[in-house]
Design a protein around this ligand. Structure first.
Ligand code: PLP
Length: 359
């Protein structure tokens, strides 16, 4: 968490319920309103369009399910590269889903958007590869067919410029912990019309789309983090791109047979690659032992390794996908961190390849 977010959270953690009509409630309400206005101005949205949620996952669920229920149609168009928060929401609708084709890590053929649907869903940037998706074209094509669009911008907000107004999407999801805000601080931007039909029921908070008593401290901390992130964005983009490029060049010059999954245009901090012949989990464990915190593209459910659905959708062969590792550089990363990876990467990959594939 950024220090400005910690400070804002601590400062407001003792506030009362912003729904209270008494003076302390009104004071909390003012802090909430200020946070909403600041976030709206940073994302070029209307304050009424900002809905505080408990996570990016919750924002994605409210949008996908809510927009589907707001429509009479049963057809949905979606990208197969979505984070599971959108992917599983779409799969749970019981809708007639048309998945957009993928080429080079991006949705490619947008023809499916030319026929009307209850909604279309496509992320702005992919969480594993960092690949930036053609969201502006998607919104334009869908709008021509009268289809509302949900954009999962969890990886983009606070990292690249976002104008909700200019993009023209119907809904957009963000998550505070991705830009140095508190965990469990989510944002849903939702136009007045068409608005998602509520799927949670209770009080009238957040246009009744996200009922429940709001945490003023988290809202204030989210706004403070976003303000700082947006202020640093241009400089950070250049710095992270340089770090990431140095990491990629260093790995490619030290290790044979590397498959790079991150293709441009991509987020500045992402580098997703595979070391065929090695198993992701071995690589992650060896890197972790060397003090390097990398992630695998696969999820390990109930002890069973599953290849990432994103690499699968990209058509990456299983043997290659099983050796995938995602490195991300961020706000606290330095050149020394990159050098620390480069110092051990050749030996790490060699040991993981010797250990071979587990079954
Ligand atoms: N969407 C994307 C693209 C993400 O990367 C993530 C988190 O990793 C989420 C949604 C879920 O956000 P949260 O962790 O706030 O639930």
């Amino acid at each position: 968490m950024r220090q400005v977010a910690v400070d804002a959270w601590v400062e407001h953690s003792g506030m009362l319920n912003p729904g209270g009509q008494y003076a302390a409630g009104r004071a909390a309400r003012r802090v909430l309103d200020d946070a909403r206005e600041l976030i709206a101005s940073l994302l070029d949205a209307d304050p009424v369009e900002v809905i505080f949620t408990g996570s990016g996952t919750e924002a994605d669920n409210l949008a996908v399910t809510g927009l589907y229920r707001a429509s009479d149609a049963t057809r949905v168009v979606a990208s197969p590269l979505e984070h599971s928060a959108v992917l599983k929401s779409v799969q749970a609708l019981g809708a007639d889903v048309e998945w957009l084709p993928v080429a080079d890590g991006r949705v490619s053929d947008l023809t499916a958007l030319d026929s009307p649907a209850a909604l279309a869903a496509c992320m702005w940037a992919n969480n594993e590869t960092g690949a930036i998706q053609p969201v502006a074209q998607i919104v334009e094509r869908a709008a021509a067919a009268g289809t509302p669009v949900h954009v999962d911008a969890v990886q983009v907000v606070g990292h690249l410029p976002v104008s909700f107004r200019e993009l023209g999407a119907t809904t957009l999801a963000a998550s505070a912990h991705k830009f140095g805000g508190p965990r469990s601080g989510g944002l849903l931007l939702a136009r007045r019309s068409p608005a998602p039909t509520p799927i949670l029921f209770g009080g009238g908070q957040e246009r009744a789309i996200r009922p429940g008593t709001l945490d003023v401290a988290t809202a204030a901390a989210t706004a403070a983090a976003l303000e700082e992130a947006v202020g640093e964005m241009a400089a950070e983009e250049a710095r992270l791109t340089a770090l990431r490029d140095r990491l990629r060049a260093g790995i490619l010059s030290r290790v044979e047979d590397v498959v790079v999954h991150t293709t441009e245009p991509a987020l500045p901090g992402h580098l997703h690659l595979s070391f065929p012949g090695a198993e992701s989990d071995s690589l992650i464990m060896l890197l972790d032992a060397a003090g390097i915190e990398a992630a695998t593209g696969s999820t390990c459910a109930a002890g069973v390794n599953r290849v990432s659905h994103i690499l699968e959708a990209m058509g990456v062969p299983e043997r290659v996908a099983r050796g995938a590792v995602r490195f991300t550089v961020g706000r606290t990363s330095t050149e020394e961190d990159v050098d620390a990876v480069l110092a051990v990467i050749a030996d790490t990959v060699e040991r993981a390849r010797l250990a071979g594939m587990a079954g």
